[in-house]
Design a protein around this ligand. Structure first.
Ligand SMILES: NC(=O)c1ccc[n+]([C@@H]2O[C@H](COP(=O)([O-])OP(=O)(O)OC[C@H]3O[C@@H](n4cnc5c(N)ncnc54)[C@H](O)[C@@H]3O)[C@@H](O)[C@H]2O)c1
Length: 274
């Protein structure tokens, strides 16, 4: 069911690799809610993903860009504003990758070339993107920029490795850049801290399935799905959240503020023979 709450709005969506991607669901819902979108992904996604299929289905231009390359982002922003016929109202940064996690390097034995790339792809890209947008004056007044984060930015989850550090930096960029973009153009910048979600990036984290089940049992509402995340993104792109900026917004079914759940306690009671 569509309420057309993004009618007339234009945006760029990063990171829709396949139908499990959070960005895939966001793109579909933005389209259904009346927005015009441009899709983007890393050039390698043309070989390993289905971004082109989504672009066809949504009749959305697709412009490949590697987020570590300034030139690619400049081409993307110029190409998107041209294709959409004007400045943007929203942007979703849904990009993350860790080479040390992927290669299963222990956190205490990290390869620094890999760590550098992880921080570059997963966090500095967000600053680079916003710097490109602000320099090209590519956002409309009261526009909305959202990046996806994870609670390992605040609390330690050992298997999440250096991605925790990347997410801390990502959230910090949202606050710091959000101040400047708010002052300059009333553009709001937020991160959504999403529940574990079964996607290509998510499943790359060691012990993901066990962790997914743990988070689901810990959260009073259960894990938030990718579809629910898309709904939250759309609300942040809409005019109903115009005064929300510089926030890290937990979208996790209550996980972040739960100390222990009865479901998990029952398991410990059983183990203790109570
Ligand atoms: N899946 C989860 O459990 C979970 C939880 C919280 C936050 N997130 C975050 O959500 C975001 C989206 O991830 P997802 O779970 O949908 O997985 P995904 O694998 O579908 O998406 C990650 C995307 O990043 C893109 N990417 C990687 N390197 C790139 C580069 N150099 N240039 C451009 N794009 C590049 C990939 O092509 C892919 O489309 C990430 O920031 C991730 O950290 C995921």
């Amino acid at each position: 069911m569509s309420n057309n709450i993004l009618k007339g709005k234009k945006g760029i969506i990063f990171g829709a690799l396949n139908e499990n991607s959070i960005a895939w669901k966001v793109a579909e819902l933005c389209h259904a809610e009346g927005a015009q979108i441009v899709l983007t992904n890393a050039p390698v996604a043309a070989k390993i993903g289905q971004t082109e299929e989504l672009a066809k289905a949504l009749n959305a231009p697709l412009i490949f860009a590697d987020v570590t390359k300034m030139e690619d982002l400049e081409n993307l922003v110029a190409g998107a504003t041209e294709a959409l016929g004007g400045p943007l109202d929203f942007v979703l940064h849904s990009v993350g990758m860790s080479l040390n996690v992927r290669k299963k390097n222990p956190y205490t034995d990290s390869n620094y070339d890999y760590m550098h790339q992880t921080l570059d792809i997963s966090a500095m890209s967000f600053h680079r993107l916003m710097q490109t947008l602000i320099k090209k004056d590519a956002m409309n007044e009261w526009g909305s920029i959202v990046a996806l984060s994870y609670i390992a930015a605040q609390r330690t989850f050992p298997d999440y490795g250096e991605m925790a550090d990347a997410k801390s930096l990502l959230e910090s960029f949202a606050r710091s850049f959000g101040y400047h973009y708010g002052k300059k153009k009333h553009v709001r910048v937020n991160t959504i801290s999403q529940s574990p979600t079964k996607t290509t990036a998510g499943s790359g984290v060691g012990g993901f399935d066990a962790f997914f089940n743990y988070a689901d049992k810990m959260s009073p509402l259960g894990n938030a799905s990718a579809d629910a995340c898309a709904e939250y993104c759309v609300s942040l792109f809409s005019d109903y959240t115009r005064m929300v900026t510089m926030q890290n917004l937990f979208h996790d079914g209550g996980f972040s503020f739960t100390g222990i759940s009865t479901d998990l306690m029952d398991g410990f009671r059983d183990a203790a023979g109570e």
